[in-house]
Design a protein around this ligand. Structure first.
Ligand code: ADP
Ligand code: MG
Length: 340
């Protein structure tokens, strides 16, 4: 069997800016254009549709070419299968199975990291399929480069074909996904309510977005209340950003101190050690972003620094956010904490 989930199709996948590149690449492969993007490596955060797209390729291919040998497998199941084949001395069968596939859909390859034996076995499978010009699609939550403890020779192979990313969906995309899913599930969802959820849900994870819709719809049918923004506020309370919460200088200071584990007195002090100066710059950045305040006001809070120093700090954080994924993540976490 191919292990494919028939629910995951291109038809019910919502395409937008966040995923159109990965979607287009998958669509091309599903038309039977093998070798062009081989391997196709899709990466992106949890719950952003990587597995869905992969199955969609498999389903579409089988529709067009029913004889094709398509196999979907997660790297964990690959590992488990390999271990049990080793134990029962059936490695020949195992290898045979993986080498006669036409299209291998290998999900969450990052979990091979650090697992020497399965990595090695996968390496041989990969080479054998690649050499016989079979299509390989891989997904991961990181780029090949960013997967820790992954063998170099595999990383470099992952980059032989095309690497496509999926980004978190925008509010518009989230709204569209909710509307589409509601339609599929016969849930009477008003666009205004969908927009409200899309704008206010803390998480960017599409799985959680859909989870919120299901929760709302279940609550609505149990209690006979129609789905509305009010009902969403009530049932999804824990999952929503509290936009009406007023952020102050103090909230920002508190959140930054807690996250970086520095003392408030240190943050406000003149100390220039990196472990303090960096959180301080981030706090300044957040104040400028979140509170409509002047550079001088920020300077006052940090022991009377002048506005050009403050501006310099903020600019340096802004620049870094554009370059460093890690900092972008930190800012996201801090922003969430501000609304909690
Ligand atoms: P990942 O593998 O990236 O963690 P999944 O493919 O499992 O994410 O997606 C999580 C859930 O969100 C699935 O139910 C999937 O159908 C849905 N989903 C994700 N992205 C989209 C999208 N663009 N349109 C429709 N549904 C989506
Ligand atoms: Mg997945």
């Amino acid at each position: 069997t191919s292990n494919l989930n028939k629910q995951y199709t291109f038809d019910n996948f919502v395409v937008g800016n966040s995923n159109n590149f990965a979607h287009a690449a998958c669509l091309a492969v599903s038309e039977g254009y093998f070798h062009t993007y081989n391997p196709l490596f899709i990466y992106g955060g949890v719950g952003l549709g990587k597995t869905h797209l992969m199955h969609a390729v498999g389903n579409k291919l089988l529709e067009k070419f029913p004889k094709l040998k398509v196999l979907y497998i997660s790297s964990e199941n690959f590992t488990n299968e390999m271990i049990s084949s080793l134990k029962s001395k059936k490695m020949d069968e195992f290898r045979e199975k993986y080498r006669k596939i036409d299209v291998l859909l290998f999900d969450d390859v990052q979990f091979l990291a650090g697992k020497q034996r399965s990595t090695e076995e996968f390496f041989y499978t990969f080479n054998s399929l690649y050499d016989s010009q079979k299509q390989i699609i891989l997904t991961s939550d990181k780029t090949p480069d960013e997967i820790p403890e992954m063998e170099e020779r595999l990383k470099s192979r992952f980059a032989w074909g095309l690497i496509a990313d999926i980004q978190p969906p925008s509010v518009e995309e989230k709204t569209a996904i909710l509307m589409k899913r509601a339609e599929q599930m016969n849930i009477p969802l008003d666009e205004k309510v969908a927009l409200f959820i899309a704008e206010n849900l803390k998480s960017d994870n599409v799985r959680e977005l859909i989870g919120a819709l299901i929760r709302l719809s279940a609550y609505s049918s149990f209690n006979g209340e129609p789905i509305s923004i009010e009902l969403a506020k009530k049932t999804l309370d824990k999952f929503l950003i509290k936009k009406d919460k007023i952020i102050t200088f103090d909230t920002i200071l508190k959140v930054v101190c807690e996250y970086f584990n520095v003392k408030l007195s240190e943050l406000k002090s003149k100390k220039r050690t990196k472990s303090i100066a960096y959180p301080r710059q981030i706090a300044m950045y957040l104040m400028r972003e979140k509170l409509n305040c002047s550079l001088n006001e920020i300077g006052e809070i940090f022991g009377g620094r002048d506005h050009s120093t403050v501006l310099h700090s903020i600019n340096s954080i802004e620049k870094k956010i554009k370059k460093e994924k890690e900092l972008k993540e930190i800012i996201k976490i801090l922003e969430k904490a501000l609304y909690e």
